[in-house]
Structure formats: structure tokens, C-alpha cells
Write a protein that binds this ligand. Sequence first.
Ligand SMILES: *Cc1c(COP(=O)(O)O)cnc(C)c1O
Length: 389
Amino acid sequence: MTDSARIALFDIQAQQALIRADLDRRIAAVLDHGRYINGPEVEELEGRLAAFCGQGVHCVGVSSGTDALQIAMMAEGIGPGDAVFLPAFTYTATAEVPLVLGATPVFVDVEETSFNLDLADLERRVALIRAEGRLRPRVVVGVDLFGLPADWPAILDICRREGMFALDDAAQAFGAALDGVRLGAWADATALSFYPTKTLGCYGDGGALLTRSAERAELYRSLRTHGEGTTRYEVLRTGMNGRLDTIQAAVLLAKLRLFEDELAARGRIGALYDSLLKESGIGVQAARSAGAVNARGLYTVRLRDRAERDRVAAALKAQGIPTGIYYPRPLHRQPAYAEAHRTAIAGGAPPLPVSEALAERVLSLPMHPYLSTAQVERICAMLIAATRG
Ligand SMILES: *Cc1c(COP(=O)(O)O)cnc(C)c1O
């Protein structure tokens, strides 16, 4: 790709050109065998993803990242009276699922540099919920925002101490690792999304659950198929229709061939952005731990304030450089969740100042494995010039 080529925020067409013949062959194979539901590609994919994670991880394909979160919480019996702690600065699906199940989301603030859960704030809110005694603290959902692993060793410590379930929303972070161990092996369960623009994406909706517990994997398989038992006509529990389509599994198998190279490219591009922005005064996402490998689902910077962010976005757009705002509003400010936020902690929830500030200041830059060095250099030069303009 040349410097003059169009720069995309995500580019899923460049990848398709590399694997088109394999995609056509694998999709044709599904058309030929006709097992559109639970076809052999689903099991093959599950095996490949489990092996990618290692550490005795099991993989269960499901219909989306959102459904992965829902199935994981249904398996723990989460419902009315249960508190589910999650960051206020994330995608809406993370908060939607506890509400769908009748549970209460408790929004937690995030750190300014990692954009991930602020653990002191998490502990404070768990203590408040316990002191009030109306809700049971049951789940912490850690989100690996933009691909950067949350602080899983510390989240697991808190969950073990408090008797809570640790659920990893790794929808943006498949491929990321911490201390040499991939996400999928850290939390009690890990939800993946294969939405087309995620680090591993299909051509529609898809997702998966990863867990080291064979019992949980079994439960997830039952829940994704209406709670079925060992025979198809035995219903053991209330489940849902949450399977991964065979055609999407076939697409993912074709894409897996490129996945490790794409992850390496994302890492290289992320490091190039970091180094080009180093002396600029522009804030970049940074891990607290040196052992964190960011899967670089998105590359997001922090500008001074909303005025600068909006000015920079317009200047880049004028240069043909697309940007995105993930996320323009923290979840506790969304009309759908404001009531839950107001009532979760009866004595009044502490403020969420970092989530609120980030919503005004963040800007996501083009990030995909097929960006050239020259393109990243051009984006950074324009970005730096715009902040000085
Ligand atoms: C994309 C995403 C989801 C939802 O995944 P879907 O496959 O679109 O349902 C959940 N959480 C986060 C953080 C996401 O980015």
C-alpha cells in the first residue's frame, strides 16, 4: 500500500484480498455439506482458538460478544439483587447484559492512562454495596479496552477475596497477553466478539467464550442451545439461541491463517505511533505492567479537552484521515442506564470523573494491520500539527 492510498480507520478489505481463494473454498465447503448449524467448522474453530490460548482453555463458539457475556452471567445464575461491577468507560454491551438479566450494573471509574478499571475505585464501590446490604456483589467485568489487558492479577485477587466471579470482556482484545499468558486463561471466563472490525472478525455477528473450567464450558454449550441436556429433547435449564453460525466459523478459520502476522503488525504499528507521539504532549494509552501485550484493537489518544479533540478531528478529516470517538459518553450518562446508576448505591454513587473527562478527550486514530509506516508517519505529523494549530 502506498502513502497516497486511502487511509481507513479499519480496513477489512485489504485482508480479504489475501485470503479470498481460501474464503471461497471454505464457504463453498459449507454450502456443499449443508450443516449450517453446529457444522464441523464450529468445532474445528473452537479447537484452534483453545490451542491458541493454551493453558487448558476450552472454547465455546457463540452468536456474538454480547451473547457471550450473557451466557457467562446466566451460567453463574446472575439476576435480581446481584451487583455487577463494570467500567463506566466502555461499549454499551458490557452494561446492557446485567440489566437484561435483572441484575444491577455498578459503574466503576477507569484509570486515565490505561483506560481500564481503577481498582481502588472498584474496591470502594464493592465496600459501599456491602455496607448498604441491598445488593450482593457477584461479578466484576474487566474490559481490556482498545486491546490493552486490564490488571487481571489484581482483579482476580479482589474477586477471590470478595467471592466474586471474574469475567473478562475481551471483545476488543483477542490476541493480547499478560505476563506471557494470553487473555482467555486469566479470568474465570472470557468473552470474545468476532464483529467484523475486531482483531479477529467474521462477516457478520459471532463470538466465543473461553474458560479453563470444563464444567463451565459444558454449561455454556447447553445454554447456547436452549439449555439442552445430553439429548436434544431434554431441556435442563432456561437458555437461549446463542450459537455461532457454521459459515462464520468457516470465515474465521480462513482468517486465522493471517492472525498471528496481523497481531504482530498491530503491535508494530502501535509501537510506531507511541514513538512518533512521544514528545508531542499527546496522551497515549499505557499499561501499568510491563508484562502487558496490547492487541491494538484501536489506537486511542487523549487530547487536552473537547475543543481540542473536535478541532483535531476536523483537521484530520480535511486531510482525508478518518478518526472515531470511542466513547463520546460514559455509560452512567446514557439515558438507558442513568436510573440504574442513580439507584445502585442508595446513599449516592461517588462521581466518575475520569470516565467523564475521557469521553470529552479521546480520539481513535486509524488502526489495522495493513497501514504502512508512511501512512502512520503522515497521520502523526498531521495530528501534531493540528494540536499546535
Ligand atoms: C464489541 C464489543 C462487545 C459486543 O460484541 P458484539 O459481538 O458486537 O455483541 C462487548 N464489549 C465490548 C467492550 C466491545 O467492544
